[in-house]
Design a binder for this molecule. Structure first.
Ligand code: FE2
Ligand code: FE2
Length: 284
């Protein structure tokens, strides 16, 4: 179970799950009934390992500027959780390659664009501000992963029944932990003196980059899954634009991030965290 302090903050918990990822096969990855969303999830899974390692180094760089012991402990737990996420998604991506969904060139493109071009050069040109910008991109990306996690964990069971059960266990676990640590990078950003301009610049960069990579990745994955039939297209449209629809959640929560005075904990996720910390399955 997750620990909730008297002030209402959640102490993220590092778990060491064992998923039988080698059994992901029959359903072609996450499941193929909703191909666009499946392709989108697959493309994100490819970005997670290196992306999450970037989150860890961005946050850890500022840990010595955090005087509050509770937040310092949360940084440790955040880094621990993201490290395990990266390892599990590495294995999941290896399994995807084995079953024919080979995304390695997409991962290479992401690493080249984001780390070799953007991160390296910004840090060279702006060694101090560049670190803060990296942290603001991390805080923005964490807001996105928490939004995706909240959306998926809030769906009724009937709307996620199409997802391959092993993949769903991975999603439940990852989404739960994204909600547990959703405020850590943001709080480190604020505590270390980060301001509004760089915060929203971080979100603007994260949206463009994630958007571009998700679109390219989704199109590539669709070549693997095959072009959807009309029934599948209707299901996909419902998933993105129905009620609740993922597109509305993303638009709402991204716009919300631009409001001065925004804080991730203004959205109360305690009920979801309590529910899923009891039911998530970690091993076969
Ligand atoms: Fe994560
Ligand atoms: Fe995260």
């Amino acid at each position: 179970m997750s620990q909730i302090s008297p002030s209402g903050r959640v102490q993220p918990k590092i778990r060491k799950p064992k998923f039988p990822l080698e059994q992901i096969a029959k359903e072609k990855g996450f499941g193929k009934n909703i191909p666009f969303f499946t392709a989108f999830l697959s493309s994100l899974s490819v970005l997670f390992p290196e992306g999450e390692r970037f989150f860890i180094r961005s946050v850890k760089f500022f840990q010595n500027q955090v005087p509050d012991e509770t937040l310092r402990n949360e940084i440790k737990a955040f880094a621990g959780q993201e490290a395990v996420h990266g390892n599990v998604h590495d294995k999941m991506n290896e399994r995807f390659v084995e079953i024919g969904l080979d995304f390695r060139s997409h991962e290479k493109m992401f690493c080249w664009l984001f780390f070799d071009i953007l991160e390296k050069n910004i840090l060279k040109l702006f060694p101090v501000w560049g670190r803060r910008l990296a942290l603001s991109i991390t805080a923005a990306a964490e807001h996105f992963t928490a939004t995706l996690g909240r959306f998926l964990l809030s769906l009724p069971e009937s709307r996620v029944a199409w997802i391959d059960p092993i993949s769903w266990n991975v999603i439940e676990w990852h989404a739960l932990e994204e909600l547990e640590h959703k405020a850590v990078a943001y709080d480190v950003y604020q505590t270390s003196g980060g301001g509004y301009f760089t915060r929203i610049l971080g979100m603007t960069i994260a949206v463009q980059l994630l958007g571009l990579l998700a679109i390219v990745g989704t199109i590539r994955a669709l070549f693997y899954f095959g072009f959807p039939n009309p029934k599948q297209i209707v299901r996909d449209i419902r998933f993105f634009f129905g009620s609740p629809g993922f597109a509305w959640a993303v638009i709402f929560y991204i716009l919300e991030y631009y409001i001065p005075g925004f804080h991730p904990n203004k959205q109360d996720d305690h009920a979801l965290i309590e529910k899923f910390s009891k039911i998530v399955v970690y091993s076969a």
